[in-house]
Structures are given as structure tokens and as C-alpha cells.
Design a protein around this ligand. Sequence first.
Ligand code: MCN
Length: 784
Amino acid sequence: MTWVGASVPRKEDQRMLLGRGRFTGDINRGAALHAAFARSPHAAASLGPIDLSQALAAPGVVAACTAADLGDPALLAVLERPEFVPTRLPLLAIGQVRHVGEPVAVVVAGDPYTAEDAAELVAVDYTAQPAVASLDGARAPGARPVHDGPAGNCLVDLTMFDDDRLPGIFATAPVLVGGRLRSGRLAALPLEGRACLAEWDERDGQLVMHVSTQVPHQVRSGVAQALSLAERQIRVIAPDVGGGFGLKCVVGREELVVAAMALRLRRPVRWVEDRQENLTASFHGHEQCYDVRAAFDADGRILGLAADIDCDVGAYSAFPFTCGVEPLMAATELPGIYKVPAYRARGRAIASNKAPTAPYRGVSRPQLVLVMERLMEKAARQLGLDPLTVRRRNMISPGEFPYTGVNGITYDEGSYAESLDRAEKQVAEAGWAAERDRLRGQGLRAGIGYSCFSERTAYGTPVMSLRRMRMTPGYDTASVRMDPSGEVIVTTGTCGHGQGHETTFAQIVADRLGIDPGQVRLREGDTDLASYGWGTWGSRSIVIGGSAASRAAEQVAAQLRAVAAHLLEASAADIELAAGTARVRGDASAALPISELARIVHFQTHRVPEPLRYGLEARSSFDPPGTFSNGCHAAMVSIDVGTCEIRLRRYLVVEDCGVVINPMIVDGQVRGGVAQGVAAALLEQVRYDAQGQPGSATLMDYLAPTAAELCPIEITHLETPSAHSETGAKGMGEGGTIGAPAAVLNAVNDALAGTGTSFDHIPVLPSDIHAALTGAARGEGGTA
Ligand code: MCN
């Protein structure tokens, strides 16, 4: 029996469910001051003098500062490419504001209410300018530049791939499909917004920061770079973090301002973001537009693909990923699981007067899957073929792994065809078609949609270095230490924030050491525990951190075997570690509890030879080329032709993330991800008007999904182990979000079959349906 593969209950849930979690806002410092920000009400304006006098005079206010007072600190995220235009991210705006909600001054007071009231007394002389509030507006000839310098507001312009055969292919192919496919701007919406508590530790000469972040080391580097400190002078701790979804894998300027104020005042300073700030002034994602063309042969095989991809990245490049993250991923990974012989892709990051963007869950994969799945459907319709047949004819098939695509990506072994076969079989066996017909018989419109995809995960240094980020993430490290009582501490540079790492890392290490996961304690999210770590994003933790922990645990296991062999006068190769005991294989009487070995190594060191003395401890690292999970989603929706409400009726996921460490946790990840993907398809959208004013600043306007909008999600696991992780696991934390929008959109279009309308954008809203059903909408899906 192994712990890996078992649905071990989540260790972290006990404290969460009993209200004993410790989030940044819970950390009590009697003398803590509170920061609030004066923020721009304009999307674009030049900044005249800022008058802090009234704010400073307010009772209870301790300090107030502008950028100039702080020496105009800034962050700079850089791609080392000529096609990239770096844009300085000032911690507080100076001279110019570029989006509503941009902080222009900070006020610090004894309580948050006083600080917020005083922030409203900051008098700023704005001269409003016309805003660049849409992709079309930003790209239009003569558009006002968001930043001085780049033409057409283009911060990155990269033609990643090209093929001079494409014009010929498009001229002669029997079938051409394409169109403009768009996805709306999204907010990640973690339950806990951003939060930070910074305090100067006089004794250690260290700025200690508790931050609600996914990337403590990058926050440390950001503080060090912006405030000119050595990294050792800063300790960043992520306590319990109430979700991040990518929003917290970049460094927030407010966190750094709080650090600057704590340094200046030598008192603890706290800032806790409210929901309005979270929706308007943090980071968004996924506002993308694809102009695509694809050529197919008469059998439905793709011959060529060309795409121009524009991402509205908002006003600034977030640190450290830069605004290149969405267009680079989109242009590189668009072909996905399909064999594309000839490919051209240009990806651009377009600046606008909106909040900046971060790598929100899935980054560009939900969109690129949506694009490819729509192309498959369109080609099938034109050819009169079953859309699933067209997918099968194009996907990488079982004998072809490892497969290197036209985009240079090598896909490790996956179950692309099998997952589609399974999904189709389950849909048939569960009678979805009959249910769809029954719904149609009741006067509803109803449809079924599929999506097939791979989820590239665990991007290691070999892959990340191709992006040419000045700070190149990838590897991670872990250490495993057994204490004198036989309990184990694992430390790593990853930083779970809801994924259940305390449980799954413990399962891996417990198997290696032959102990119970209850004896393993994971410590992550503290920069003083790992020399450097890249945090948790890109579904990297179980492959990269988990493999580093597995390797370190193997080394400790070898140390235990050597100690046991010495004490039991046996060969180390004959010692097995299981159920808390080291025993000589085949000799039931020759055994010692592992806790006894730990006690001897620490307290009776003289009983073991020199190389085995002074502790049981090892450190290791891992840096993979990456893993590819895969899956197939199927969705059924119904549309009420009276109210235009779209209802999700059925949802099914077949997913393959290699060896499953904890099926219950993986199911939870899939369900949460699907909820976010369904919401992206049917509900959520960050809105701005033509002046760049946000129209979705509260949860009344930004429609997060609730249980009422979802339906039960059936999940089937396939397991194709990866050769690129120590455990055989592949990452999977984004797959639900990646597969869902395409499946739902295809289901909506199936429901609309016969109306002459289909959609190529998300979210599809009741207003779109109304237009479709009243004939007001033109078929943007073209021939689909
Ligand atoms: N797992 C497993 N077996 C596998 C793969 C994963 O048991 N074969 C488990 C892991 O042990 C881990 C979880 O599933 O507990 C997710 O693992 P992994 O795929 O490595 O992803 P990360 O832990 O690196 O998490 C990042 C991923 C991303 S990129 C986003 S965005 C996201 C997500 O996780 N944000 C989340 N899931 C989230 N879940 C919560 N609750 N909150 C967020 O903000």
C-alpha cells in the first residue's frame, strides 16, 4: 500500500473549518498602523501637484506620502528581447495616471477607517485625457499612446513562427475556416484579496513582511530591487492565503509601498485590499482577440494555421512576468494537441488605460483551446463530418509520443484519443442525447459540446528561458529533515494557497520514508526557509516541488537504511522502510522503529559511524522540461427562448494528470477550475466604458458563479505517468478552467443550430442569445 493514490483527507482543512487558519489580516500586532491609498478616478490624466496637507491634518493620521516623498520607487519587469518595450511600474503614480484605481498617494493612520477617510482628503490636480479603453481603440491609427514610445500601444510584437508555404496552402486548400475569436477580461476573484503586513525587526535588521502571495521570493526580490535593499534584509512570509488564481503570482505595488512606509516609520504597517480595489486596481487577465485562418483537406485534416493574437494587457507590465506572458504563450501553444504541419503566429501585447494583467488561471490556454475547438467544429460543419471525427483525425495519436510539434514543443505521453473516446462513451451511456431531445421537446433549445486539450504544466527553466525574462523562473528546491522524535519537516520554495500541498507533499514523503503522512509537516511560503523558490503558479508545485521533495526524501531514506543496517548488522540494500519500521527483508525479528533510529542519530551519535552522524537531512532540487496533462470535457446546456437564460445541465470531465497523488484533491481542483471556466463562458466580464471607467466594481456587476449556476461535475481519471517527474505526476491545477469555455461555447452553438447564428466569443450572455433568437445577431461564427 502507498499513500500516493489515496484520498487522504486534507491536513489543512481541520484548521480552516474550525476558523483557526491564519491569514495576513488575522495577524495581530497591537501597534500596527493601517495604510489606505488615494487612487485615480481617471483612466488617463496628467498629474499636477498633490496636496497632502488636509490628509495629514486629520486626527489619527500618522503619515502620508507621494511618489516624490518616497524617492519615486518603481518595479521594472523585463523581457530581454528587442521586440519588448519595458514600462516602468511606479509604486505611486508620478506625472501621469494610466488607469482608474492607480494609487497616487498613501495615507497611514492608527486604524483603517481613519486612513481611508483621510485618503479621500488627498487633493490631486488631475488634467483628464482621453482614455484608450479597448483593443480597437488602442490599435487605431493615431491612438493616444498609453506610454511614450511604443507605436500602436504595442508593448510586445513577436512573430513566433512563420512558414512560407502557408499562402500556397490557403490558396489551394479545399476547406478554409477562421474568424475573429474573442474572450472577455476577467478578474481572478480570490476569496481573500491582497493583503500585507510589514514591520521592521530592529534586532535582526530585517524587514519582515506577511503577504497574501503565491510568490514570496519574488515579492522579496521586488522589494529589494525597488527599495535598494539586500535580499537578506527582507523576509517574506505567506501565511494561509485565501486563493490567488494567478492574481498573486505577481508583485503588487501596494505591498511595496507598505514596506516602504514600515521602513520609514519603523512601525508595523498593514494594508488589506477591499473588494472594490480588488476588482478595479489589482490585476486582470484573458482579454484576447484571435484573428485566425485554418486550411483543411477534404478528409478534415488540418493543413495550415495562421493567427494574429492581440492581448489587452492594461497599463503596465507586472513584475516579474511582464505583459508578454499572454501573447507569448498564446502564439507558442496554439496548436495544442493537434498536428499542424504549417504554422504562423504573431502575438502582441497591447497597452490600454485599464488595470494591468497577471497570469490568471490557465493564462492563454482557455482561449487557445477555444480557438482550436471552434476551428475543428467549423471544419466539420463545412465538410459534413462529425466534429469528433475531425478532432480524432488531427490529434496526436498514441504511437506518436513523444511528439515534437511545429511550434518546437515536445509533448510527453498523453491519452488524447482515449480521453475523447471515454467522454463520448460516457455521454452516450448516460443518455445525454435523449435528454437533449427531451429538453427540445419542452420548447427549450439544448446542445452538447466537447473540448479536447492538453494542459502544459510545470514549466521548468529549459522552457521559461525561451521567454527571455530577466528573472527566469523554473526550478525549485526542497529539504527534508527528520527530528529526534522521527517526525519530518519538509521545506520547499513552492507556496500553496488552497491546493492542499500540506497533504500531497506529505503523501509523497511518507511513502519514501515508510512513515505516516501525519508525521510529515510541510513548511512553505517563507523566504528564510529556502535559498530561493518560484512559488506556486503554472501548475508546477507537485511536479517541481514534489519531485524535489521526493528526491530529498530518498536521500533521507538512504541515511535511515544505512543507520539501520549498521545497528542491525545487515546490508543497507536489505533494509526496507515501511509502517514506521526499518526491517531486514526476510527476517521478522530484525527491526527497529524509525523513531528509534532518529533518536539514536541525534542523542547517541556515538553509536553510529562518522558519516551517519549529526542528523537526518537532505536537500534537493528539480527542474523539468515540463509535463502535459490532458483531458476531454463535455457540457450540455439549455437555453430558455423566453428569458434567454443559458443553463448548464450536465458536465463531464475525463482527465489525465499522470499518477494521481490524491484523487480527492484533484477532483476538487477540477471542479473549482470548471466553475471558473464555465463562468468565463457564461457570466464573468470586467467591463470598462469608453472613458475607461470600470463598470464592474462590485460583485453586483461582476457575476461570479454560485452553486445555482453550476451542475454536478462527473470526473473520470486516466493515468499516463510522466517521465518528467519523480512521482509520475503531471500538474493539473488549471485544466478545469482550460477545457470548460470551449466545451460550453460549443454546447451553446449546438443549441443554436438552425438559427443561422453561432458565437465565437465569451462570455455569451442572455443579451447575445436574445439578439440571436430575434435575428438581430449576425453569425460571427461564419460557417459554423
Ligand atoms: N495533484 C495531485 N496529483 C497530480 C497533480 C496534482 O494530487 N497528478 C494535486 C497536488 O498535489 C496539489 C494540487 O493537486 O495539491 C494542484 O497541483 P499542481 O497541478 O501541481 O498545481 P499547483 O499546486 O502548482 O497550483 C497552481 C494551480 C494554479 S496555476 C492556479 S491558477 C490555481 C490552482 O492551482 N489557483 C488556485 N488551484 C487553485 N486552488 C485554490 N484553492 N486556489 C487557487 O488560487
